[in-house]
Design a protein around this ligand. Structure first.
Ligand code: KIV
Ligand code: NA
Length: 264
């Protein structure tokens, strides 16, 4: 049976960890789906891992729609989320809705966009018109030049309070899921306890409602520097299928992320 947003919200309420991996094509989508991954994120990380670029800034809406179409054909059970690329959701709620249309038409069940309270009005506009939205706060890679690099976010009292406020604003606006990237574990735990919206962590410690990794990172395929929060599930695995199954199991039994993969 298809996983829906309702399924994911029930899982979060009942403390059943949600599994998410990024995915960019139909073959992997089928493999991840068969391994029981709950949600497939067509991430704009495809700018890095597919296109070989330094940042996600040059990813286009057409590229996102193409990869979403590929993933949607392979995913029978998983909920498919498509990233809205840089420049397609910042201008206005109306333009954002127009740009979400080709992604939903390509087979996405939800779109994801980066940003906190400043995006709340847009999130409300989309969700009230039938487009589920996943928020993304903490380290938001599309803002790398504003942030001054790929760094841990939410350190210090003021930054932590801002992150918590952003999470509450997105929940209030109707966000169905919330990705927390590169934030201290204690803060991610506090955010998760403070909102009903399920949180999906990447470098956010073990106390989120679920976990996500970039597929090519956890399969050790990406040649770049591996961030602290990535575990290679290929190590010791006899097949790609087994590596994905090991990720699902480690998230479900809460052995991933471990302390060495967590910012304290
Ligand atoms: O694009 C992506 O892969 C992402 C995840 C890291 C959350 O946004
Ligand atoms: Na992304």
């Amino acid at each position: 049976m298809r996983i829906t947003l309702t399924t994911l919200q029930k899982m979060a309420r009942e403390g059943d960890p949600i599994t998410m991996l990024t995915c960019y094509d139909a073959s992997f989508a089928t493999l991840l789906d068969n391994a029981g991954v709950d949600t497939l994120l067509v991430g704009d990380s495809l700018g890095n891992v597919i296109k070989g670029e330094e940042t996600t800034l040059a990813v286009t809406l057409e590229e996102m729609a193409y990869h979403t179409r590929c993933v949607a054909r392979g995913a029978k059970r998983a909920l498919v989320i498509a990233d809205m690329p840089f420049g397609t959701f910042q201008v206005s709620p109306e333009k954002t809705f127009e740009n979400a249309v080709p992604l939903m038409a390509a087979g996405a069940h939800m779109v994801k966009l980066e940003g906190g309270r400043e995006m709340a009005e847009t999130v409300a506009f989309l969700t009230r018109r039938g487009v589920p939205v996943c928020g993304h706060i903490g380290l938001t890679p599309q803002s790398v030049h504003q942030l001054g690099g790929f760094k841990v976010q939410g350190r210090g009292e003021a930054q932590a309070a801002k992150l918590l406020d952003d999470a509450k604003a997105l929940e209030e606006a109707g966000a169905g899921l919330l990705v927390l990237e590169a934030v201290p574990a204690a803060l991610a735990k506090q955010v998760t306890a403070s909102i009903r919206t399920p949180t999906i962590g990447i470098g956010a410690g073990p106390d989120c409602s679920g976990q996500v990794l970039v597929l090519y990172d956890m399969l050790d395929l990406f040649p770049g520097r591996r961030p602290k929060f990535v575990r290679s599930f290929m190590r010791g695995a006899p097949s790609v299928q087994a590596a994905i199954e090991a990720f699902v199991k480690a998230v479900k039994d809460r052995t991933f992320p471990g302390p060495e993969e967590t910012f304290q």
